[in-house]
Ligand binder design. Structure first.
Ligand SMILES: [Ca+2]
Length: 202
C-alpha cells in the first residue's frame, strides 16, 4: 500500500506541474492510472495471481478465491438413454459420482466405466476439478442390451471443489415404462450412499 500511496502522490504532483488545463490533467491522470493497473497486475501475476482475476481491480478476484456464482455456467452434455438409464444431476463444482451394481454383480463407476453386460458410465463430471456448475453423470444400457435382474444405485461424494460442502442432488432412474426420481443432499464426510434397488424384466 505504501507503493500505491507514493504512486498516487507522484501522479498528482506530476500532473499539477506539467499539464495545462483541467481536461489535460484528467486525461493524464486516467492514463497514469491505467499504466499503474497494468504494471501492478503484471507484478501480481508473477506472484501466482491470475491476471484477469487480480484483486487490485474491483471487477475481478484473485485466483485463490472462489469465482462468482455466475462464473463458468456451461451446459451439461446430452445424456443417452436406453433400456435402463440412471441420471445424476447437481449444481456446483463438487465431484459427485454415480455407481450402479448391475444384475451380474459388476459395479459400474469411474474406475470401471463399461460392464460385461453392456452398461456404461457415459458421463463423469468434475473429476478433474472445478469443471462445471451444472454437472451430470449418466449410466445407461442401450435398447435391447440391459439384462433382466436387480440393479442397485449408489451416490458417492468423491471430492469437494466448491465453497459449499453440502450438495443437493437429483437422481432419475428410467427403466421399462417407469421413471423414478430421488432427491437428497450429501456431504463430503458422508459414506457412499445407497439410493435405490429396482428390478428390470424384459
Ligand atoms: Ca464425478
Amino acid at each position: 500500500m505504501r507503493f500505491l500511496n507514493f504512486f498516487v502522490y507522484f501522479c498528482i504532483k506530476f500532473v499539477m506541474k506539467y499539464s495545462i488545463d483541467f481536461l489535460m490533467r484528467l486525461l493524464l491522470l486516467l492514463l497514469l492510472g491505467l499504466i499503474f493497473a497494468v504494471v501492478y497486475c503484471c507484478f501480481l501475476n508473477r506472484c501466482n495471481f491470475d491476471f484477469c482475476k487480480c484483486s487490485a481491480l474491483p471487477f475481478v478476484i484473485p485466483s485463490n478465491v472462489e469465482p462468482f456464482d455466475n462464473d463458468r455456467v456451461e451446459p451439461a452434455p446430452e445424456p443417452s438413454t436406453g433400456d435402463v438409464q440412471i441420471l445424476l444431476e447437481w449444481n456446483n463444482y463438487n465431484d459427485l459420482d454415480l455407481h450402479c451394481v448391475d444384475p451380474s454383480g459388476e459395479e459400474i463407476y469411474f474406475s470401471n466405466r463399461v460392464s460385461r453386460t453392456g452398461g456404461q458410465l457415459e458421463i463423469d463430471m468434475n473429476a478433474g476439478g472445478r469443471e462445471n456448475r451444472n454437472p451430470i453423470e449418466n449410466i445407461y444400457w442401450q435398447t435391447g442390451q440391459a439384462p433382466s435382474g436387480t440393479y442397485r444405485i449408489y451416490i458417492n461424494y468423491y471430492d469437494k471443489h466448491d465453497v459449499t460442502d453440502e450438495t443437493p442432488y437429483k437422481i432419475t432412474i428410467i427403466y421399462g415404462s417407469k421413471e423414478e426420481i430421488f432427491r437428497g443432499t450429501i456431504r463430503s464426510t458422508d459414506p457412499k450412499r445407497h439410493i435405490h434397488t429396482f428390478s428390470f424384466n424384459r
